[in-house]
Ligand binder design. Structure first.
Ligand code: FAD
Length: 274
């Protein structure tokens, strides 16, 4: 008699062994790496600022065997957080936009050299579980949306803006002028270019009507990476702030401390630490 086995239940997050389909240089700072693989059939796409982890295993690792067998948390390989910039299930392709910041660190080095056929393991969501990998959670009542992001959060900010059914105000800081990548939709975007001396804190302050001075968090304060995504947001204003850790702390302080905005209306996330 034939035995009918139930398919194995997928864990909420699992390793997806993938390969590079292509790497496209977008600008001075960004490379778009398009990943593909049959494993993506089990990937749950949630849109907005959906985050995934990338595991940078030694190139001679059997990535398929690793994904099937290993406890990826214990493998010791560098693990970094990135954003799904776009997902095309019909062609089993997933785009990640990497900021290149030199060859000394694992993710930037890997992305800078990525070529078709290179292997990587992505840790991502599977279908049928609560969504916990999206931080963009504005209340339905919010009609004043503020997004402030540096280059590392530009892929997330762009994906959010392109998914929105309402107009938003965005302040986006990038290293160079050609990093101002196209964002679809009719939003009010202020681009800031670090090479021109632009900075995100004074820009957000002056946008909100405050004095255009730099809010600086002194070194030594706030040593950890910050992450606060309120789930009880209400009201007509919602802010999503992401980027360098101390910068988003300064922005959040300005909104909550100086401008009196309800802390539940402000999501702020340290994406990296200078
Ligand atoms: C939710 C989330 C989503 C993210 N999405 C993206 C994304 O889509 N694209 C993206 O590029 N990044 C993204 N990041 C940021 C990314 O995870 C970090 O920049 C990460 O540190 C890069 O890893 P690395 O191995 O290159 O550098 P690390 O080994 O982590 O860092 C080495 C050194 O490089 C410095 N550094 C790290 N990032 C930068 C940078 N961008 N510019 C200058 N110096 C830097 C650090 O301060 C550190 O001193 C995201 C982070 C989070 C939390």
């Amino acid at each position: 008699m034939m035995s009918v086995l139930a398919p194995p239940r997928l864990r909420p997050y699992q390793p997806f062994p993938l390969r590079v389909a292509r790497a496209t240089r977008l600008s001075s700072s960004f490379v778009r790496v398009t990943l593909t693989g049959e494993a993506l059939a089990d990937f749950a796409y949630h849109g907005f600022d959906q985050r995934i982890n990338l595991l940078f295993l030694p190139p001679d690792t059997d990535h398929e065997a690793f994904a099937r067998a290993a406890d990826w948390r214990a493998c010791g390989a560098p693990l970094r957080v990135y954003t799904v910039r776009a997902y095309r299930p019909e062609s089993a392709e997933l785009d990640i936009d990497f900021v290149l910041h030199g060859d000394a660190s694992p993710a930037s080095r890997w992305a800078g050299a990525a070529a078709p056929g290179d292997r990587i393991v992505l840790i991502g969501a599977t279908p049928g579980h609560p969504v916990t990998d999206v931080a963009w959670r504005p209340p339905a009542t919010a009609d004043r949306l503020l997004i402030a992001a540096d280059a590392t959060a530009l892929p997330a900010a762009s994906a959010i803006l392109e998914s929105l059914d309402r107009p938003a105000r965005a302040v986006l800081e990038v290293p160079y002028a050609d990093d101002r990548l196209p964002v679809a939709g009719r939003h009010d975007i202020t681009w800031l270019v670090r090479a021109h001396g632009d900075r995100i804190e004074p820009a957000v302050r002056s946008l909100l009507g405050g004095a255009p001075v730099t809010a600086c968090v002194p070194p030594g304060e706030d040593e950890g990476m910050v992450w606060d995504v309120p789930s009880q947001a209400a009201g007509s204003f919602y802010a999503w702030l992401a980027g360098e850790s101390r910068t988003v702390v300064a922005l959040r302080r300005h909104l909550v401390g100086d401008r009196g905005i309800d802390r539940d209306a402000v999501a702020f996330m340290g994406y990296w630490k200078r």
